[in-house]
Write a protein of this length. Structure first.
Length: 95
């Protein structure tokens, strides 16, 4: 398999590591079980409920959100970058 761009057929192609792509979403960083447990305890305390009730509810909600965000992240694939036409493309398009 030669490294040539499928768009401009230039041999000036570089493999890009998939770990350079950003994989963390804002929802998963804000919706952690610990942060939602603290928020739930604060809300429950302001509503004259025991803080443990809000903490448990926040933990359960954070766990559910965390499981959905973990399942919805697509698998990372290696990309190539052409220095001639500046296109990024997956490695399976190399020819």
């Amino acid at each position: 398999m030669s490294l040539s761009c499928p768009f401009c057929h230039s041999p000036n192609v570089m493999l890009v590591d998939a770990s350079t792509q950003q994989s963390n979403t804002a929802l998963s960083s804000l919706g952690t079980p610990a942060s939602l447990a603290a928020f739930g305890a604060t809300v429950a305390k302001s509503l004259n409920l025991p803080p443990i009730v809000g903490g448990i509810a926040g933990t359960v909600l954070g766990s559910v959100l965390n499981s959905f965000t973990q399942q919805s992240t697509p698998p990372q694939q290696n990309l190539c970058f052409c220095h001639n036409c500046y296109q990024k493309f997956p490695t399976h398009l190399l020819h």
